[in-house]
Design a protein around this ligand. Structure first.
Ligand SMILES: [Zn+2]
Length: 130
């Protein structure tokens, strides 16, 4: 199936953002998706949550989470000229290999079919408990 839409996936990857276990796997999996997608772009960025203080930052920035909640990524849907479509979404934390696999599957197929980000990959609202 020919993709009609693309995406830019931005990994929150300043020193300390991604916890060590899993970090390489997340990056490798995203690289693999981008390599095989005609309109996929991967960007490793500074902390996406830089404006937030360490203790409220959802990524491991600042080291307060220690082993970390897992990697966070920002996904912007794009057209085939890489012009943005709609609003970006944040996915994460990618705790397990299954989470990364689900994100990759959505990038490969779901995003082009107009499916929303799988519910379990959506972060809980910042600054609210439950
Ligand atoms: Zn970060």
């Amino acid at each position: 199936m020919q993709a009609r839409t693309g995406f830019t996936v931005v990994v929150c990857d300043q020193a300390g953002c991604c916890p060590k276990p899993g970090r390489r796997e997340v990056l490798a999996a995203l690289r693999a998706v981008v390599r095989t997608h005609p309109y996929g772009v991967l960007i490793r960025s500074g902390c996406l949550f830089q404006a937030l203080r360490g203790e409220v930052s959802p990524c491991s920035h600042g080291g307060v989470h220690q082993a970390g909640p897992g990697a966070f990524v920002l996904v912007q849907r794009c057209d085939t000229a890489l012009r943005p479509l709609g609003s970006p979404v944040v996915a994460g934390p990618l705790h397990e290999a299954d989470d990364t696999a689900a994100l990759c599957e959505w990038l490969k197929k779901g995003i082009d079919a107009g499916e929303p980000l799988p519910f379990h990959l959506r972060p809980v609202a910042l600054g609210h408990d439950g």
